[in-house]
Design a protein around this ligand. Structure first.
Ligand SMILES: *[C@@H]1O[C@H](CO)[C@@H](O)[C@H](O)[C@H]1NC(C)=O
Ligand SMILES: [Ca+2]
Length: 335
């Protein structure tokens, strides 16, 4: 099977911003081993920014032309989202805000990689800020709700950049990045930071950094990988790497954020979508990828499957997060 021939050097590769020239995201299935060895140091493990594979229609890039405009809307936005020339602010550092930005066109690529340049910052001291950003690849778009400003019981993929530990009993160190795949049946438990529905996650110190912070999501052949570049070293660091993930084509990319009693500025500077050149078998090609039900073929350890008996869903924070009164109107603040 072709997949066996692929060698990805995950984690710790260089993040090559705008470096031109490599013919694709990596060596193909037929590349001989000696070539792979030769190319080893050159072959980026992650898309290198080759513009040939950048999908402009699914990317949010400065200057943000076509955002929120009626003539050529590449992206639509909702709630507290505000557009400036330098960033898209999903929420300001104020309580009970929520905003989102959504790609206008569904994505029909089978294999893709999204690079997100983001910034979470505010005046709140440690653990007095929230709630974070969610990145989406979902069936529905522009529907506000309690999950970082977007709807619950979603269909598709979510990556949560959670800055606030709502679950006071957690041993995890926040900010924490996690992923969730949903076919509409699962509800995100904000009071437990999504613990019961999370597939994988990692601690990631992305808040109030002086330098640029990046996240990459790769989905290819059922493998979902999340990497971060938070240390200003121009290197990707592995955060999540799981297999057995099934997602349809034809869903929408988006980003949303919410604040509650505590707040932060949640900014998206860019979202760049790259097509990965991956071969699929004739069997894979013959099915209708738009009909795939989001699912994960993934065995979790029993301790993660259900909350301990009698565990109360405590939350001193999430109640205010559910205030939705301000959302709904589509505001355009172009500076
Ligand atoms: C949706 O997901 C749930 C839980 O993972 C599962 O029990 C159910 O069978 C799924 N439904 C469909 C239509 O795939
Ligand atoms: Ca949280």
């Amino acid at each position: 099977m072709a997949a066996e021939g692929w060698i990805w050097r995950w984690g710790w590769g260089r993040r090559c911003l705008g470096r031109p020239g490599l013919p694709g995201p990596g060596p193909g299935p037929t590349t001989p081993l000696f070539l792979l060895l030769l190319l080893g140091s050159v072959t980026a493990d992650i898309t290198d920014g080759n513009s040939e594979h950048l999908k402009r229609e699914h990317s949010l890039i400065k200057p943000y032309q076509g955002v929120g405009s009626s003539s050529m809307p590449l992206w639509d936005f909702q709630g507290s989202t505000m557009l400036t020339s330098q960033y898209v602010r999903l929420t300001p550092d104020e309580r009970s805000k929520e905003g989102s930005i959504w790609n206008h066109q569904p994505c029909f690529l089978k294999d893709w990689e999204m690079h997100v340049h983001f910034k979470v910052h505010g005046t709140g001291k440690k653990n007095l800020h929230g709630d974070g950003i969610a990145l989406w690849y979902t069936r529905d778009r522009l529907v506000p709700g309690p999950v970082f400003g977007s709807k619950d019981n979603f269909h598709g993929l979510a990556i949560f950049l959670d800055t606030y530990p709502n679950d006071e009993t957690t041993e995890r160190v926040f900010p924490y990045i996690s992923v969730m795949v949903n076919n509409g049946s699962l509800s995100y438990d904000h009071s437990k930071d999504g613990r019961w529905t999370e597939l994988a996650g990692c601690t990631a110190d992305f808040r109030n950094r002086d330098h640029d912070t990046f996240l990459a999501v790769r989905y290819s052949r059922g493998r979902l990988t999340v990497m971060t570049d938070l240390e200003d070293k121009n290197e990707w660091k592995n955060c999540i790497d799981i297999t057995g993930v099934r997602l349809p084509t034809g869903y929408y990319f988006g980003a949303s954020a919410g604040t509650g009693d505590l707040s932060d500025n949640h900014d998206i500077i860019s979202m760049k979508l790259f097509q990965l050149m991956v071969e699929h078998t004739p069997d894979e090609e013959s099915i209708d990828w738009t009909k795939i039900e989001p699912s994960v073929n993934f065995l979790k350890s029993p301790k993660d499957v259900a909350p301990p008996a009698g565990a109360a869903a405590r939350s001193h924070h999430s109640h205010s997060f559910r205030r939705l009164g301000e959302s709904g109107s589509r505001r355009v603040h172009e500076l």
